[in-house]
Write a protein that binds this ligand. Sequence first.
Ligand code: HEC
Ligand code: HEC
Length: 234
Amino acid sequence: MRLAFAAITISLSCLLGSFAAAAETDAGNTVRGGRLYDKWFKEAKVTPPEGNHIAWPESNTKKSGADTFRCKSCHGWDLLGKDGAYSKGSWVTGIVGVKAAAGRDPAAIVDILKDATHGFGGAIADADLVALATFVSLGQYDMDPFIDRETKKALGDAVVGAGIYETVCAGCHAADGKGVKDAEPMGVISNDNPWETMHKISFGQPAEAMPAMWAFGPGVAGDILAYLQTLPAE
Ligand code: HEC
Ligand code: HEC
């Protein structure tokens, strides 16, 4: 899996030639974009928007307000929208995922974010629109090799994950996964929502000094996820 990711990295760096101006900051932009994909207003430290987003469907009355402006609310943590985990439950919108935009020129994705459906021009700073577009273009990866879609069980190596968790994460989250007061216990969130957990392991948590593991590849995040699922789930 790690070798496979190295191959992806190499092909991405070939791809980068085509948008050379952004090349130096692509990794940083990708992980910031991943955090903006969640609560962009928190990551950017701006006032959360009011009311519902223009594209939020009236059929979903379970969610409202600033939450309806988060990319993940319409497009899913697994980036698959109506075809992924949000095909059921309280976040159903019937909206497509963003998979089709992987590898697309970030400038074209910025145009989408400013279009009439999204209306993010102005609300989100231009540099952050570029970060979001970089994430959508370069940061996406398929979570299916790491999470069984039916059982939500992680498919990675929990023993490898334990070593990474204890050296990188436990300083903040503690050995039992309950060390950060405002965060859900790691054993709870990883089992309830493995896609959200994997996204946050890879890209970090909005406006928090939590590391983003994206540069180490999805296999590492998958192994960490597998270990988190063994931690106390209450
Ligand atoms: C309230 C719901 C909603 C939110 C929030 C939202 N989108 Fe979308 N998005 C849509 C809809 C609806 C479409 C399909 C538009 C169409 O088909 O014209 C779409 C399409 C897209 C596409 C094109 C997908 C394709 O197949 O070509 C991208 C990329 C995208 N959104 C990215 C984002 C990003 C990044 C954010 C956060 C900054 C975001 N969206 C927030 C509703 C939303
Ligand atoms: C510097 C401290 C720090 C480190 C190191 C750190 N985190 Fe975090 N983490 C946080 C904080 C702070 C939050 C957000 C709490 C909140 O929601 O306000 C958080 C949130 C999370 C969340 C989301 C919880 C939720 O309720 O939304 C997950 C999952 C997570 N961390 C996993 C990890 C993993 C796995 C690692 C190691 C790869 C890690 N963290 C390393 C500080 C850290």
